[in-house]
Design a protein around this ligand. Structure first.
Ligand code: NAD
Length: 298
């Protein structure tokens, strides 16, 4: 087993560039995905392609998974847990439900393997530029080992607490984001109807108590923040389908612990409608079109 060899499972939009950054940092990366195109792209970035999970884990000091949902992570972990060398570090960077994340840690513990849940924020741009933020949950000793690896793919690595704490931080943060984006959009729609210019509202709110990331970085109207997706017809950015996924995870988590999150529930409903109207591929700030009225929703 070599600490410089990393197994990487899930070479999609996020996993592909993350694995490429590990290669750039000097790790030997062995990767696996179900999709041929993802494997080919990773190969061009210096990732050694494995044909199955057994090949990925061979000789690896750490395994990273970057998969769509909790069921994928649990299935893959169940398969690899019986194949890895003792003391192999397991890192899941996918965004999944807190219960599955805790279950994954429990499975690892049953095999005496250290594990970390480490979902990310920063999107494909951050994955490519190695500027992701990692929110990690798990034992401190496992976190310390993971930090060295994660720091080659990100800028900020925060240890949030025990098993599942990284996923909890991720969905709480994104629930704030979904709610605040809708709030900002509603304010622009109201301002427009009151005859207030978008720039004037931005100039006031961006330096007043309405200030937030949804306004000052991802502004949902074109003009005030030239880099925001509104200036390129709402090309993501952060896709509305992913915002819906995270808001649903937040609602599931809230239900499982009896937390009252009425605005989180409303945000999930609105993003559900926005997705149902066929806008899931747009940046999540495009929801302003839905709030302006039906004729502008598509
Ligand atoms: P993606 O669909 O592009 O990639 C997932 C990859 O996993 C696919 O290539 C798929 O073929 C592969 N896969 C699925 N099951 C597999 C299996 N059993 N074995 C091997 N490979 C398998 O998704 P993504 O955008 O890269 O997102 C990955 C995770 O990161 C998700 O949990 C997502 O919520 C989270 N995330 C995404 C973004 C983003 O902007 N895309 C941002 C933050 C977090």
């Amino acid at each position: 087993m070599s600490s410089k060899t990393i197994g990487f499972i899930g070479l999609g939009h996020m996993g592909g560039p993350m694995a490429a950054n590990l290669v750039k940092a000097g790790f030997a990366v062995r990767g696996f995905d179900l999709v041929e195109a993802s494997k080919q792209a990773a190969k061009e970035n210096g990732v050694q392609i494995a044909e199955n999970v057994a090949q990925v884990v061979q000789g690896a000091g750490a395994i990273i998974t970057m998969l769509p949902a909790g069921s994928h992570v649990l299935n893959v972990w169940r398969e690899l847990l019986v194949l890895v060398s003792p003391n192999t570090l397991l890192i899941d960077c996918s965004t999944i439900d807190v219960d599955s994340a805790r279950k994954a840690h429990q499975l690892a513990a049953e095999h005496r393997l250290p594990s970390i849940d480490a979902p990310v924020s920063g999107g494909v741009v951050g994955a490519t530029a190695a500027t992701l933020t990692f929110m990690a949950g798990g034992e401190k000793s496992a976190f310390d080992r993971a930090e060295i690896i994660l720091s080659t793919m990100g800028k900020r690595i925060v240890h949030c607490g025990d098993a599942g704490a990284g996923q909890a931080a991720k969905i709480c943060n994104n629930m704030i984001l979904g709610i605040s984006m809708i709030g900002v959009c509603e304010a622009f729609v109201l301002g427009e109807k009151l005859g207030l210019s978008q720039q004037a509202l931005f100039d006031v709110a961006s330096v007043s108590s309405g200030q937030c990331w949804a306004l000052t970085t991802n502004c949902p109207v074109a003009g005030p923040v030239p880099t925001s997706p509104a200036n390129r017809n709402y090309q993501p950015g952060f896709a509305a389908s992913l915002m819906l996924k995270d808001l649903k995870l937040a609602q599931e988590a809230a239900a499982s612990v009896g937390a009252t999150t009425p605005l989180g529930a409303e945000a999930a409903q609105l993003y559900n409608l926005f997705n149902a109207l066929g806008s899931g591929g747009e940046d999540f700030s495009g929801i302003i079109r839905l709030l302006r009225g039906k004729e502008d929703a598509s």
